[in-house]
Design a protein around this ligand. Structure first.
Ligand SMILES: Cc1cc2nc3c(=O)[nH]c(=O)nc-3n(C[C@H](O)[C@H](O)[C@H](O)COP(=O)(O)OP(=O)(O)OC[C@H]3O[C@@H](n4cnc5c(N)ncnc54)[C@H](O)[C@@H]3O)c2cc1C
Length: 447
């Protein structure tokens, strides 16, 4: 009788243990995260692979979202099993949306860290109650705890004060704002918008296509040179693209997973999937033919031009001496991206040669000086415009050579962009470029 009772009790204990183990596994695998769904946009779930962190000697105390100080960050530590955290989720998402909308010049990152999935990290950071919210101003790794009101709310103006950001009521007027019209889509699909934003859609698509190529082509861990080039590229996009671009959500996710991507580039696929990125690219203006990569080069040019204007704009408007990057650095990042990740050998060679030709021709004065006056940042825009035109000429010559022809001066002039009809003011009466007019033409085209 006693034995039967003990055996039943044991059975119950084992069942309970199994139940709690399977609950723990379920929590670990499925229910560990609250912010992984598209509806959580723009809040990013922190998804670093625990195995990678352990392999790094458990480098939990310094996650990238704390160390990367380029922009302000708001980090929420939460528990997926907490009712209060569940109730707070829509509040946090709404605050993130409002602040992203009203802070057009300074992109704020919103990160959610699950203490179920990252228990060691939460322990190391001394988090003993959730939700626990920490704000980081631009340029610092020292966080400030943010308080919720008694009814579990968070006031956006309180958050912006703490992050030392002034809200911009003009944000809605900015052109790429249209990109936000579908909260769940990273890209603007072909017929959704006018011609104007399609320049941005092709650039976004090209960035995504580039990521898809990297995850498919790089079977081994990235070398430290490749990893650095990748990080510099993504950081440049994060820094220079208009903050309203939806693509920032994807960029932020990539930035939070640098180590695991460098170890296993195929991880990019999972991140792309979590953003519902279509596997077949959708090109707008850039599509030349039915080949899947037919718009990639054209979209990449557009992305380069947008970045170059973005760098000039960021220096003009926001930075106040903090976290500047030099024009020479930006050109290096683009050159490295093409040399390592753009899968076209002829293009790589020609791009470098065009850059060298630019140095000889003094086409633009790139500099290592991060404190240049704002007009000097326009040189970067001129540099990439010059290189693009030089490649246009090389391409024409190559095509002529293949068909046994020679290129006339008239044909060569006709390939130079923008044409006289497109921008009559871009050249003076002697046919010389008016750099100021060219910049404003490029600005209108790409910003
Ligand atoms: C880094 C790089 C190197 C390349 N090297 C080669 C090469 O060596 N040989 C080769 O055959 N192809 C090369 N390509 C591809 C080639 O440049 C074109 O991108 C491709 O052939 C598609 O051409 P496209 O007619 O769509 O216009 P693209 O040249 O891709 O241009 C896209 C759009 O940009 C605008 N544009 C054109 N010129 C300029 C400019 N100077 N400044 C700003 N905007 C401009 C126009 O609106 C144009 O429609 C390279 C591409 C890249 C990104």
């Amino acid at each position: 009788m006693v034995f039967a009772k003990i055996s039943t009790l044991l059975h119950l204990v084992i069942n309970l243990a199994l139940l709690s183990l399977s609950k723990a596994n379920a929590l670990e695998n499925n229910a560990s995260y609250l912010y992984q769904d598209a509806a959580s946009h723009p809040v990013q779930e922190f998804l670093v692979d625990k195995k990678d962190l352990n392999a790094n000697g458990g480098a939990y105390t310094k996650p990238t979202y704390i160390l990367t100080v380029t922009w302000p960050r708001v980090v929420q530590y939460y528990s997926p099993s907490s009712r209060i955290c569940h109730e707070f989720k829509p509040v946090f998402v709404e605050v993130a949306r409002q602040l992203r909308k009203l802070s057009s010049r300074i992109p704020i990152s919103f990160i959610a860290v699950s203490c179920a999935a990252h228990s060691q990290l939460c322990r190391d950071l001394g988090i003993n109650a959730v939700p626990h919210i920490v704000g980081y101003t631009m340029g610092t790794t020292e966080g400030q705890v943010m308080k919720r009101s008694n009814d579990n709310l968070l006031d956006p103006s309180y958050v912006s004060d703490l992050l030392e950001i002034s809200l911009d009521m003009d944000a809605a007027k900015h052109k790429p704002m249209d990109m936000r019209s579908n909260a769940n889509a990273v890209l603007v699909s072909k017929n959704e918008h006018t011609d104007e934003p399609s320049v941005f859609a092709d650039a976004s698509q090209s960035f995504i296509y580039g990521l898809q190529k990297i995850q498919a082509d790089f079977k081994n861990p990235l070398t430290s040179f490749q990893k650095d080039a990748f990080i510099e590229w993504i950081d440049l996009l994060h820094w220079s693209l208009p903050s309203q671009w939806k693509i920032h959500n994807l960029i932020n996710d990539i930035r939070h997973n640098y180590n695991s991507i460098a170890k296993k580039p195929s991880q990019i696929k999972l991140i792309l999937e979590s953003h519902n990125v279509p596997t077949a690219p959708i090109w707008n203006e850039c599509k030349l033919n039915d080949a899947s990569d037919s718009g990639y080069a054209c979209g990449l040019w557009k992305l380069f031009h947008i970045i170059s204007i973005g760098v000039s704009e960021q220096h003009r408007t926001v930075l106040g001496g903090k976290e500047r990057i030099s024009s020479a650095h930006v050109s290096d990042v683009m050159l490295n991206y093409v040399s390592i990740f753009f899968d076209c050998e002829l293009c790589q060679v020609n791009f470098l040669q065009s850059h060298e030709k630019c140095i000889i021709d003094k086409c633009a004065s790139l500099s290592d000086d991060v404190n240049e006056v704002s007009t000097n940042w326009k040189e970067l825009t001129t540099w990439i415009w010059y290189l693009h035109n030089d490649i246009n000429k090389r391409k024409l010559q190559e095509e002529a050579r293949m068909s046994g022809k020679t290129v006339s001066k008239v044909e060569e002039d006709a390939i130079i962009w923008p044409g006289t009809q497109q921008c009559p003011q871009c050249r003076d009466l002697n046919g010389e470029w008016n750099r100021i007019q060219v910049f404003s033409f490029l600005f209108n085209e790409y910003w």
